[in-house]
Design a protein around this ligand. Structure first.
Ligand SMILES: [Zn+2]
Length: 402
């Protein structure tokens, strides 16, 4: 039976509630571990996040094509937003006037923001890196800007997410060893400045980021450097920046277990079904990726056996759901044939419905992985899901030394 509107969890505005009265500090509890795979609970001012967790991305303070009620319906526990974009438009000070990102978006669960660093390096024009920070030009307005560690902290303190990221340099792939080392050392000096400039350590966790490109010894060095700071959690950055896919997983497998076991670990910008399975197996707790909604806007939908595109003529008279047994709104209400029709007519609802399904697929995979880790059946779960996705011959993960 379809739920009536009243039966759907009401989406409340909690604007008048005092700021997180029950929060008494960030904490991470490791509940179970199987191999390197971990299940945990991460306490934040806006609630407990059960890990492993997939975070949908709301770049411009909105998850593209979805309303916040729909995001909540996917069971997403935490979302990501981008400092770079919000700093440029509408401006972090405006968001602060609105009461911070939670009130601005009317999303009262945990939020993570990135530092702006990655976008400055990947999107902006005429960027110039100095010891102070990065000068760049906004590609839309043409205006010139500067963001350094202090500016990034000011922006994120104004936005007010539960978790904020250190301002770092993410070297592109390929990077020479010398450049990766130099960049790592500068990132470490920036990290010190980030911790000094961070004004809200009581209710905003600052995660340092492990860089080091594709060099194992630099990754080890980066872990040693960032863990000099007793942070609430740590992130692995600089993966999925153009390197071959097996290298993404190799670096993650190598780096994640080097990080403190009693802190959450976040793998930045990585999030296909396969990436999640590999990352969880490597000991990562948090993931984010724009792909489910980007794919959704182009009609590509996720299935346990790989991606398909709804515009394919094979779906013209296919009255089955996108994925048999999927518990999302789209699969509970609409057929492939109907969704294909929406796409061929370029109807907005088509993009929304497929994005909703895609986000739910990733959220659900993280929920199921968590259950498997708690039940001690993760190895079987991993092998079964990877086989279904067509990676049967890459299931065996060689044990890394040390
Ligand atoms: Zn679905």
């Amino acid at each position: 039976m379809n739920p009536t509107l009243e039966q759907v969890t009401p989406f409340k505005t909690t604007k008048n509630l005092p700021n997180h009265p029950t929060f008494n500090g960030f904490a991470f509890t490791l509940e179970a571990q199987q191999g390197q795979a971990r299940a945990g609970s991460f306490q934040t001012p806006h609630g407990i996040v059960q890990t492993p967790v997939f975070m949908p991305v709301g770049t411009h303070s909105t998850v593209k094509s979805l309303t916040w009620e729909q995001v909540a319906e996917t069971n997403a526990q935490i979302v990501l937003s981008n400092s770079y974009h919000l700093y440029l438009r509408p401006g972090h000070k405006l968001v602060e006037k609105a009461g911070g990102l939670h009130h601005w978006m009317n999303w009262h669960k945990p939020i993570l923001t990135d530092s702006g660093g990655f976008q400055v390096f990947s999107l902006a024009k005429f960027r110039k890196i100095t010891e102070a920070g990065v000068h760049f030009q906004d590609t839309i307005s043409g205006n010139r800007h500067f963001i350094g560690p202090e500016e990034s902290m000011e922006i994120q303190n104004s936005l007010g997410p539960d978790v904020m990221m250190a301002f770092d340099e993410c070297p592109p792939y390929p990077a020479t060893y010398e450049y990766a080392l130099q960049s790592l050392e500068r990132t470490q000096r920036w990290l010190e400045r980030c911790f000094k400039a961070h004004n809200r350590p009581h209710d905003q966790a600052l995660f340092p980021i492990v860089q080091g490109s594709t060099y194992q010894d630099l990754r080890t060095k980066a872990v040693k450097l960032v863990t000099e700071f007793d942070a609430v959690g740590y992130a692995i950055g600089g993966v999925s920046v153009g390197e071959p896919r097996p290298m993404i997983h190799k670096m993650t497998r190598y780096t994640a277990p080097l990080l403190p076991a009693n802190k959450p670990r976040y793998l930045m910008g990585v999030g296909t079904l396969e990436d999640l399975l590999q990352g969880i197996r490597s000991g990562v707790d948090m993931f984010d990726c724009v792909l489910p909604t980007r794919n959704g806007r182009h009609g590509t939908f996720l299935t346990p056996t790989g991606n398909r595109n709804i515009k394919n003529s094979a779906f013209r008279e296919d009255f089955s759901p996108l994925v048999e047994g999927c518990d999302c709104h789209t699969c509970n209400h609409h057929s492939r044939a109907y969704l294909r029709h929406l796409f061929t007519q370029k109807e907005d609802a088509g993009r929304t419905l497929i994005s909703l399904h895609n986000v739910r697929m990733l959220v659900k995979l993280s929920e199921e992985a968590r259950e498997a880790i708690l039940a001690g059946t993760f190895d079987d779960f991993y092998a079964e899901r990877m086989t279904a996705l067509g990676y049967a011959d890459t299931i065996e993960i060689p044990q890394e030394e040390g």
